[in-house]
Design a protein around this ligand. Structure first.
Ligand SMILES: NC(=O)c1ccc[n+]([C@@H]2O[C@H](COP(=O)([O-])OP(=O)(O)OC[C@H]3O[C@@H](n4cnc5c(N)ncnc54)[C@H](O)[C@@H]3O)[C@@H](O)[C@H]2O)c1
Length: 335
C-alpha cells in the first residue's frame, strides 16, 4: 500500500484526492492546505484522512511515502524540493516549475534520492493519447507535416502565471510524449486585455526541425471550452477532440497533394483527396485516473513514468521560451 499526502486543496486538489482514493493499492493519509477553511469537508467525505495546515506534518510522517503537490505554480519548486529532501516520492502538478533551472534541480535530486518524480501531464495517461501514439507509430497519417492545437475556455485566470504556463503544458506534454522530442525553436505572441499583468491569450508557433510546424492557441477568454488537436499528415488527418464524450478521435482520409508540373516550371499542380472518416473505439476514462494509477505503478515497479522529470523539464523549456518570445514581440527563440 502506497501512502500519499496531498498538498493544496483548492480547485484541483479535490480531484486528485478523489482519484487516488479510488485506487486499491494507494491510500491518502494527509490533505494539507494553508487555507484551513477548505479542509472542512475532508473528514466528512474521507473519514480516514488527516488534515493539516502544516506541510511538515506530512514530511515528518514516516508512514507517508509520497507527496502530491497541487499548489500554485510559483510554489512547486520550493515545496517539491522539501518533499524530495524528506525522501518522499513526488507527484507534481503541471507545469513542473517556473524555470528549466529549477526543473533540472528537482530531477537530479529525485535521481540522487532514488525517488519517483512524476509531473501531472494528465492527458499523456489517457486512452485517447495512447491511441494517437499507436496511430502515429503505424504511419496511418503518412509523414506528419503540421499540428494545430486549440485550448480555450473562460478563465481560470491565474495570479502567478500567464495562460501559456497554465494551458500550454497540456499540448506540449502530449506532443513531447507523442513525438519524443522538444521543438527546436519557438515564437509566441499574446495579450492581456484586462491588464492583469499576465497574458490571458497567446499563440505559440513551434518548429520541430525543418519539416514539422506546430501551432498552439491558448486562451482564458473564450465563451466555450475547446480542447482540440489536429494532426495533418501526408496521407490522412486526425482530429482529437477531448470534449467529445465518445468519438474523441476521428481519422479523416483527406489530404492535399502539391506537385510541380515538370513542363511548366514554377506552376504547381494541387490535388485534394476526400475519403471516409473513421472513429476508433476508445475506452471512456477520466484523465486523472490514468495519471494517478501511473504514479503508484511507477513507485511499485521503480520504473520512471511517461511524464517523468525529464519530460517535465522539457515542457518547462517550451513554456519558458514561449514566454520569453512573447515578451520580445514574437522573436524566435531556440529551445
Ligand atoms: N492537470 C490538470 O489538468 C490541472 C488542472 C487544474 C490545475 N492544475 C494545476 O494544479 C495546481 C493548483 O491549481 P488550482 O487551480 O487548484 O489552484 P488553487 O489556487 O485553486 O489551489 C491551490 C491551493 O494551494 C494552497 N496552497 C498554496 N500554498 C500552499 C502551501 N505552501 N501549503 C499548503 N497549501 C498551499 C492554496 O491555499 C489553495 O487552496 C497548479 O499547478 C495548476 O497548474 C492542473
Amino acid at each position: 500500500m502506497i501512502n500519499i499526502g496531498v498538498l493544496g486543496y483548492g480547485y484541483w486538489g479535490p480531484n486528485l484526492v478523489r482519484n487516488f482514493s479510488r485506487l486499491t493499492n494507494a491510500r491518502i493519509t494527509w490533505v494539507c492546505d494553508i487555507d484551513q477553511k477548505l479542509l472542512a469537508d475532508v473528514p466528512r467525505l474521507y473519514p480516514t484522512i488527516q488534515t493539516t495546515a502544516v506541510f511538515d506534518d506530512l514530511l515528518k510522517d514516516p508512514d507517508t511515502h509520497a507527496v502530491v503537490i497541487a499548489t500554485p505554480v510559483s510554489t512547486h519548486f520550493p515545496l517539491g524540493h522539501l518533499a524530495l529532501k524528506a525522501g518522499k516520492h513526488l507527484f507534481i502538478e503541471k507545469p513542473m516549475t517556473m524555470t528549466v533551472k529549477d526543473a533540472r534541480f528537482l530531477t537530479k535530486l529525485a535521481r540522487k534520492k532514488r525517488r519517483i518524480l512524476m509531473v501531472d501531464h494528465t492527458f499523456v495517461h489517457t486512452p485517447a493519447v495512447e491511441k494517437i501514439k499507436e496511430i502515429l507509430r503505424s504511419k496511418t497519417l503518412g509523414t506528419l507535416q503540421y499540428i494545430d492545437c486549440v485550448r480555450t475556455n473562460l478563465g481560470l485566470l491565474q495570479k502567478d502565471t500567464n495562460v501559456i504556463y497554465d494551458l500550454a503544458p497540456h499540448d506540449f506534454g502530449v506532443l513531447h510524449y507523442l513525438l519524443g522530442r522538444n521543438p527546436t525553436s519557438i515564437s509566441a505572441t499574446g495579450a492581456s486585455p484586462h491588464n492583469t499583468g499576465q497574458e490571458e491569450v497567446a499563440h505559440i508557433s513551434a518548429q520541430y526541425g525543418k519539416n514539422l510546424f506546430v501551432h498552439s492557441h491558448v486562451s482564458w477568454l473564450s465563451p466555450i471550452k475547446i480542447r482540440t488537436m489536429i494532426f495533418v499528415g501526408t496521407e490522412k488527418m486526425l482530429l482529437y477532440d477531448d470534449m467529445e464524450s465518445s468519438e474523441k478521435i476521428k481519422i479523416y482520409d483527406k489530404s492535399v497533394s502539391v506537385t510541380k508540373n515538370p513542363k511548366l516550371l514554377r506552376q504547381l499542380r494541387i490535388g485534394y483527396r476526400t475519403g471516409e472518416m473513421v472513429s476508433p473505439h476508445i475506452p471512456v476514462a477520466e484523465g486523472l485516473a490514468g495519471a494517478t494509477l501511473a504514479f503508484v505503478k511507477a513507485i511499485e515497479t521503480k520504473k520512471a513514468p511517461a511524464s517523468d522529470g525529464r519530460a517535465g523539464t522539457d515542457v518547462v523549456g517550451v513554456i519558458e521560451a514561449a514566454t520569453k518570445s512573447l515578451r520580445q514581440k514574437g522573436k524566435s527563440i531556440r529551445v
